[in-house]
Structure formats: structure tokens, C-alpha cells
Write a protein that binds this ligand. Structure first.
Ligand code: ASP
Length: 324
């Protein structure tokens, strides 16, 4: 096993902006907007790694960039609960220490992933929820905003459609209705995530979400659950998930990939593929993961028609992709 202090590991970073039934666009300009947003968020994380920064700081910075982009279901682009408000979840995990921090149901934190990092580093807890999490955010000087900051006409229209369809809670990108857009905002998941290996060989993962459109207030998905939507261990892998959270929780999906590698001695590719296609799919779940193992291998399986994703290896150009 490689040392984590020898600084001779080329860095690797991957991000996702959600998965789902994404319809190829006849208008390439719309796809280009997504590709550009993914590229920009990757660049934000990469600069940290290129300057010798930590995997934790890189994944948090990349996720902050995605939270600040309204195209994705996190931060300012978060979807509405059944009550017409946004409740956001986020988590981060440091593979070098197995330290983790997470928040659920926050409503006035501009960048929930920053709060998750503060929980990991300063609270002595792993998971803080709702008012307690927001009080801790105040204590830490985390950027707070009025709930109106998250107001979003497109998201409200999605909520109204979901209510009309009486379809229960819906994944951001997978609502079943069509808006007429080539990339239908109702046909894709939107949680965001990032995984990285830094030059010291340390792995980290971060994820952030508004959850599901029309979700029951107080509902929490896989995103802030360590081992379900987020996991990182230097000995094996860093994983960030997106999809129908209840299934990823029941499959303990992110940790399942690590366990297949650690105990089953599978390759990253085999482990990630089996978790998504044999375990999550078998339960009825839909979505995907991005994962980087300790050797810098990358896997990004998904069982939907698309997953917004981007990745970069040290010395190479950034790649972006939406479809298979
Ligand atoms: N996994 C998220 C949740 O269930 C949703 C998503 O990935 O878009 O809250």
C-alpha cells in the first residue's frame, strides 16, 4: 500500500451533477451549458489539487461551485418539499482519517457542504440536523441567507407538476412529466458530488442535495448518510452517489463498493458495477456513483440513461459527459 505522505501521487478528481432519464438534446447549446458548468466546477477543485491542496478541500470547493449553479439540485438550485420550501442535505468524508460530517434539512445555509465540512472538523459530531445545524452554522460564521435566496420559478413549476401528477416525491431529473426542453428538468436527478485523490494519496468525497421534488418535509435521503451516499477510505475508495436515496440507503451503496474492494478483493470497476447493477438495481433503485480508488482508478457506473459528470487527471484535460 502506498504511503500517504510521499506526495508522488498524480491527483484525480471527478464530479457529478446527478443522473436520470436525460433526453439527448436536438439543441446542442443546452447540452453545452451543462458541459460548461461541469467543466467550471472541475476547474475549481482541480486548482486546489494542482497547488498541493487536500482532497477534502478540493471536493468541497467543487461541490460549492455546483451548489452555486442553478442547473443542479443543490444550494441555489434546490428543489421544493411538499410544503414549498427547500430542505437541503450534505456530507463530506476524509479518507485519511475516516472523519465525516453531515447536515440534514437545513434551510438558510447558502452552501450546505461547507457546513458539513465544519461539522466534521469542529463539532465533535458526525451529523447535525435542522435548527441545531443552522445554529452551529451561525457559530462557525458560515454564510447564511434568507430562504428567498433559494426561490426558483423552474423548481416551483416542478413542484406544481409533481403535485398535479400526485406522484409523491420525485427525483429532480426524473419526474415523468416533460417540459419540452431537450434536457427535461423533470427527467434527471440533480444531486451533486465530488471525489478526489490528492497528491499525498488521500481520498475524499462530498455530496450535496435539495433531495426530491415534493418530498415529505423532514425526509432525509442517502446524501448525508455516511456509507450510503458518501464514503471515503484511503485503503479502498472514495464514492459519491446520486439517485433514489431510499434505495442507496438500503443498499448502503457507497460503503458496499468499499467492502467489495476490501473484503472481496474486487477491482474498482467490478465493485462499483456490482453495487449499482446487482444491488441498487435489484431493489428497484435508479442512479449512479462516481468513485476513485487508492490507485487513482476511476469508475462512474449508472443505470439511468445519463449522468452529468466530469473528471480530470493530473497533466490531462478535463473530460465531461452526460450520456453513456
Ligand atoms: N439522492 C438524492 C436523495 O435521495 C437525490 C438525488 O440524487 O438527486 O435525496
Amino acid at each position: 500500500m502506498s504511503s500517504i505522505t510521499d506526495m508522488n501521487h498524480p491527483y484525480v478528481l471527478a464530479i457529478h451533477g446527478g443522473a436520470g432519464t436525460i433526453i439527448p438534446s436536438a439543441d446542442h447549446q443546452i447540452e453545452a451549458v451543462y458541459h460548461a458548468a461541469l467543466k467550471q466546477a472541475t476547474a475549481v477543485g482541480e486548482i486546489i489539487l494542482a497547488n498541493g491542496g487536500s482532497a477534502v478541500d478540493a471536493v468541497v470547493a467543487a461541490v460549492v461551485a455546483l451548489e452555486d449553479c442553478p442547473l443542479f439540485n443543490a444550494g441555489c438550485g434546490s428543489v421544493y418539499t411538499a410544503d414549498g420550501i427547500q430542505e437541503m442535505d450534505a456530507s463530506v468524508m476524509d479518507g485519511s482519517t475516516l472523519a465525516a460530517g453531515a447536515v440534514t434539512c437545513v434551510r438558510t445555509v447558502r452552501n450546505p457542504v461547507r457546513l458539513a465540512q465544519a461539522v466534521m472538523e469542529k463539532s465533535g459530531c458526525v451529523l447535525l440536523t435542522s435548527e441545531g445545524a443552522e445554529r452551529f452554522a451561525h457559530e462557525c460564521g458560515i454564510d447564511m441567507v434568507a430562504p428567498e435566496y433559494f426561490a426558483n420559478e423552474i423548481r416551483m413549476a416542478q413542484l406544481l407538476r409533481a403535485r398535479t401528477a400526485a406522484a409523491g416525491a420525485q427525483l429532480d431529473h426524473d419526474g415523468g412529466a416533460t417540459s419540452g426542453d431537450p434536457i427535461d428538468p423533470n427527467q434527471k436527478f440533480g444531486t451533486v458530488g465530488a471525489v478526489a485523490r490528492d497528491r499525498s494519496g488521500n481520498l475524499a468525497s462530498a455530496v450535496s442535495t435539495g433531495g426530491l421534488t415534493n418530498k415529505r418535509p423532514g425526509r432525509v435521503g442517502d446524501t448525508p448518510i455516511v456509507g450510503a451516499g458518501c464514503y471515503a477510505d484511503n485503503r479502498t475508495v472514495a464514492v459519491a452517489a446520486t439517485g433514489t436515496g431510499e434505495y442507496f440507503m438500503r443498499a448502503v451503496a457507497a460503503y458496499d463498493i468499499a467492502a467489495r474492494i476490501e473484503y472481496g478483493h474486487l477491482s474498482l470497476e467490478q465493485a462499483a458495477h456490482q453495487t449499482i447493477f446487482d444491488k441498487v438495481s435489484a431493489l428497484g433503485g435508479r442512479g449512479g456513483v462516481i468513485a476513485i480508488d487508492r490507485d487513482g482508478n476511476l469508475a462512474m457506473p449508472f443505470n439511468t440513461s445519463g449522468m452529468y459528470r466530469a473528471w480530470v487527471r493530473e497533466g490531462e484535460a478535463v473530460h465531461t459527459a452526460i450520456f453513456l
